[in-house]
Structures are given as structure tokens and as C-alpha cells.
Design a protein around this ligand. Structure first.
Ligand code: SIN
Length: 557
């Protein structure tokens, strides 16, 4: 049994009465690969589709993806081999069936992306160029523009959306809350969403969209931490609105820290990623004495799964008292750097480091939420009419640690599956129930304090004392109230809600597994902890329950 804390966090939020109301069949929240794929695949199957996005269409994480998209497309590769690598990285916490779907449907989904107009890189003989990243035993990462894969995919998807007049887009729209047509226990489900729109003509301010289904594709929670590769929009909004509406969140403690993020002293917020593909092309890690410390740690050395590399770097930083380690990619040479990694080259140079002649200072930073809104194999959540896909979702494919370049693929594959079932499951049109809302916004000004404590106490290395310190601070912040009802306080409230649940799950999981690293419980413990923490909210109180399930990696590591 698990002695789970009950934590009071802001419940349903108080929004001013909607200044405007509109209707749609489906609202897609988010505009990265997951959201836009869902919208495009739903086209022609439902009458009205509204895509809402918090910033501009291209502002989310997809745009920033460097490495690429993994799929068994090469002659030497098979979905089964991709499956094994995914399960091993996931450290016994994957949903085996979800992984099977990912690797088997992945190749066709990538071919469809190519047919849509995405221009992946090819070798001189015209073959799709496939490379390798951490945890992969085959070359299977398709990439574009060298290290600009996400930007190219985003470009192609936006171009397709622009050719689809039946899909309406509202930018600068923050999803505040989901609206239900009745209590879940009485058969209620999705009936709409409230939005806060900033400066979009007649739809300015708070409004409501009445709809028959919502697809959440709003990305991750990286901004919970003070250093992250995630863009500013990744404030966990989708997870928080789903939780407040009664959906179950799963595996929040499994936050992946990317091992090689450029170290910039005193910098906060989004940090420059040095793609794992750089190591895939032969770069290696060294300490301040020039020792290649990954050798002997894992059979794949510098290309070990991400959690192994992040832990080895952190361990060496702690042993030597240094704030970072080094990545040596000088031997790749100027021409190779310019062709294969033009974006990273420009970024490092803009920060005063030329990787052609200098070592790159690197340290781990928050990169990816493996958990999220729990879904079934068709993206359905526990709230009827609410679907989730991409980083906001927990489909089960990542387990305790996502395999490199599986995230774009997950968004693609599971959005297609949502579009296969959603049109037949539309809820009857209805007017959302007016619920008794309680005030609960925390001040935006506490964001920095929250992010600092999450990085220092709930980051790469965790222990009971640090997690308890973090929980105490979060409790204190939850008691504060914002003066203003604005985007900053809504986002900060979402960050707080997710941080509290994540911290509680991390404190309860007394073992080390995948990306969850407990200094005080350094071993994986399948006897106690094979399974998942689910987070639920009732009347503004979150609680966790443990769902025990056998480990799925067949003991391979
Ligand atoms: C990277 O390029 O290292 C990141 C790719 C990913 O997160 O899957």
C-alpha cells in the first residue's frame, strides 16, 4: 500500500464570464506535430474543427526538435528491434501494446509525412538518410535540414493547414478550463472549453467554445524547471486543465533530463540543446582532465540511453565539483558541422563557442515529460470526449525514460489513431453545465521561486529530504492568491498544480528507475515499484494511487 499525501492545489479556476461564445465539433488544443496531424486527419470526417494555440502556430516544442523521428525504415532494421530498444529505455514501465503499435505503425506514418511534403535528408544515392542516437542499436533516425527536423515538419504541417480552409485556427489562445455537460460519475463529458484570447479581433478576452470533443495536444511541462530545452509555452497547461476536469495523470515523476544541453552560466528558461545526433556522429564526452568517462559505464558508451548518460555526467560533476562536463566534436570538422548540424553550429557560435575548434560545455537540463494525461491505445482519456496526444499524453510508449526521437513519432502515430475513432464517438451537442467554481489563481510572480526549487530539489538527483523541502514550498505557494486574472497567473497556477503532483509521485517512488533517480534508493525495485502512479483531483485536492503492473522490459537492460 502507498501512503499518498492529499495536497490542496487550485481547483476549478475563476474566469470572468465568457465575453463571447462560439461552437465547433472538435477543438484541438495545440499546434505541434500531434495537434496538426489530428486536425488534418479529422478533416472531412467532422464538420467543424478549431485549432487553438497559445502563441503562434510554430511556437511549440516540435519546431525545436533537432535529432529527428525514429522509425524502422532502413534495410537492416525491423519494428521488433525498435520495440526492444524502446522497452529497454523505458526501464520496465512501458505499455507493451502501445510500444508495439508505435513501432509497427511508425514507418507508414513517416511515409505519410513525406507525402504531405516534409523534406527529409537523403544520402547522395537518393536513399533516406538514417542516423543513430542514444539507446538505438540501428540507424533509424530520419532527419531534415541536418539538425532542423522539427522545423521542417512544422513547416510542412502548417503549409497543409493553410490549404485546409475548413480548419479554423485561433492563435494566442490559452485554454483555461474544460467544460463538462455534467458530473463524470453521472455520465458527463466534454461540452466545451474556455479560452483566454489575446488580441484576435472579435474573439479577444475570455470566451467559451461549445464543442463535442477536445483533442489535447498542448505539449509538455518543461517550464516547471528553471533550466529546460523546452520553449516558454511549455507550462503544463494541458495536463493541468485535464486534471481539473477529472482526467487521470500518470507517470509524472518520469521527467527526462537531456544529457547534453549547452551550459550557460546564470542562464534561465530555454537552453540550447546539443542533439544526441552529434554523439551519434562520433562526438564524445570528457571531463576536465580529458577522460572519456562514458567508457565502461555502458556497452553503448556515449550512446547509452539518455538517463544513463545524464546520470554519468551528473555523477562526474558532483565528484569533481564542476558545474558541467565537455562534449568533444572537433574531429567532425568544419564542413561536416556546416552540413549536418548548421543550427547547433550557429547557436554555439552565437554563445562564443566554436565546436570545430573548442569543446562544448554541457550539463543535463529538463527535456521531456514521459508521463502526462493517461490514455488508451486510441488517445482516449478517462473523461468522455477528451483525447490526448503527444507530450501532454501518457500513452505508455515511453515508460520511465523516452527513447531518443520517439516523441515526434508518438504524436504522429497516436493522432492518427484518435482520428480513426473520434468521429464515431462525438458527444451530442449540449450546453455546458455551470459549475460552482472556486477562486484559485496563484500570483505569476512566484514562478521563478517555483522553478528554482523544482530544479534544485526535484531535478536529475532526488532524495527524500529535498523532495520534502520542495513540497513544503509548493504548499506555501498554493496558499497565495493573485491580484490579477491574467495569462501569467493562469500559467503559474498550472505549473504549481503539476509540480505538486510530480513532487509527490517522485517522493513516493522509493527506487531509481529510468529518468527518476533517487540518491537514497539507488536500485530499481520491481518487487515494490513495478507499476504507475496515477494522479486524480477531486474538489481541488489531488491524490495519488499506485497501479501495480508487471515490468515490461523482460528484464533486459
Ligand atoms: C536530440 O536531438 O538529442 C533530441 C531528440 C529527442 O529528444 O528525441
Amino acid at each position: 500500500m502507498v501512503d499518498a499525501p492529499v495536497r490542496r492545489v487550485p481547483g476549478r479556476l475563476t474566469a470572468p464570464p465568457p465575453g463571447w461564445t462560439t461552437t465547433s465539433d472538435v477543438v484541438v488544443i495545440g499546434s505541434g506535430i500531434a495537434g496538426l496531424t489530428a486536425a488534418l486527419r479529422l478533416r472531412g470526417q467532422v464538420d467543424k474543427i478549431l485549432v487553438v494555440t497559445k502563441d503562434v502556430l510554430a511556437a511549440g516544442s516540435t519546431q525545436w526538435a533537432q535529432g529527428g523521428i525514429a522509425a524502422a525504415l532502413g534495410p537492416e532494421d525491423t519494428p521488433e528491434q525498435h520495440e526492444v530498444d524502446t522497452l529497454v529505455a523505458g526501464a520496465g514501465a512501458c505499455d507493451a501494446e502501445a510500444v508495439r503499435i508505435l513501432v509497427n505503425e511508425g514507418p507508414e506514418a513517416v511515409r505519410e509525412l513525406i507525402a504531405l511534403g516534409t523534406k527529409f535528408d537523403h544520402s547522395p544515392d537518393g536513399e533516406l538518410s538514417l542516423t543513430r542516437e542514444g539507446g538505438h542499436h540501428r540507424d533509424r533516425i530520419a532527419h531534415a535540414g541536418g539538425d532542423a527536423t522539427g522545423a521542417e515538419i512544422q513547416r510542412a504541417l502548417i503549409a497543409a493547414i493553410e490549404q485546409a480552409p475548413e480548419i479554423e485556427v485561433v492563435q494566442h489562445a490559452l485554454a483555461v478550463d474544460l467544460l463538462l455537460d455534467g458530473p463524470l460519475e453521472e455520465g458527463g463529458g466534454i461540452a466545451g472549453v474556455t479560452l483566454h484570447v489575446m488580441g484576435e479581433g472579435q474573439r479577444d478576452g475570455v470566451g467559451a467554445v461549445h464543442c463535442r470533443a477536445v483533442v489535447l495536444a498542448s505539449g509538455g511541462l518543461g517550464q516547471v524547471f528553471s533550466q529546460t530545452t523546452n520553449p516558454a509555452v511549455s507550462t503544463g497547461d494541458g495536463m493541468a486543465v485535464a486534471l481539473r476536469a477529472g482526467a487521470v495523470l500518470r507517470d509524472l515523476e518520469f521527467v527526462q533530463f537531456h544529457p547534453t544541453v549547452m551550459y550557460l552560466p546564470d542562464s534561465r528558461g530555454q537552453q540550447p540543446l546539443i542533439s544526441e545526433a552529434v554523439r551519434g556522429e562520433g562526438a564524445f564526452l570528457v571531463d576536465f582532465e580529458g577522460n572519456r568517462f562514458m567508457q565502461g559505464v555502458h556497452e553503448l558508451a556515449d550512446l547509452a540511453p539518455r538517463d544513463v548518460v545524464a546520470k554519468a555526467i551528473t555523477r562526474r560533476m558532483n565528484e569533481t565539483g564542476r558545474p558541467h562536463m565537455w562534449l568533444d566534436a572537433r574531429h567532425l570538422g568544419a564542413a561536416f558541422w556546416e552540413r549536418r548540424f548548421p543550427t547547433i553550429l550557429a547557436t554555439t557560435r552565437s554563445h562564443g563557442i566554436d565546436p570545430v575548434t573548442q569543446l562544448i560545455p554541457v550539463a543535463p537540463a529538463c527535456h521531456y515529460a514521459s508521463g502526462g494525461v493517461r490514455t488508451d491505445l486510441f488517445g482516449r482519456t478517462s473523461v468522455p470526449g477528451l483525447y490526448a496526444t503527444g507530450e501532454v499524453a501518457c500513452s505508455g510508449v515511453h515508460g520511465a525514460n523516452r527513447l531518443a526521437s520517439n516523441s515526434l513519432l508518438e504524436g504522429l502515430v497516436f493522432s492518427r489513431r484518435i482520428a480513426d475513432v473520434l468521429p464515431g464517438e462525438l458527444r451530442p451537442p449540449s450546453v455546458p453545465a455551470v459549475d460552482g467554481r472556486t477562486a484559485g489563481l496563484v500570483p505569476g510572480a512566484v514562478r521563478r521561486e517555483l522553478q528554482e526549487v523544482m530544479t534544485s530539489r526535484v531535478g536529475v538527483l532526488r532524495n527524500a529530504e529535498g523532495l520534502s523541502d520542495a513540497a513544503q514550498l509548493l504548499d506555501k505557494l498554493a496558499g497565495l492568491r493573485a491580484d490579477a486574472v491574467d495569462q501569467e497567473s493562469w500559467e503559474t497556477t498550472n505549473l504549481l498544480t503539476i509540480s505538486a503532483a510530480l513532487t509527490d509521485a517522485a517522493a513516493l517512488r522509493e527506487e531509481t528507475r529510468g529518468s527518476h533517480w533517487r540518491e537514497d534508493f539507488p536500485e530499481r525495485d520491481d518487487a515494490r515499484w513495478a507499476g504507475h502512479f496515477d494522479v486524480v483531483m477531486t474538489d481541488g485536492e489531488t491524490t495519488l494511487r499506485f497501479d501495480a503492473e508487471p515490468a515490461t522490459d523482460r528484464g533486459v537492460s
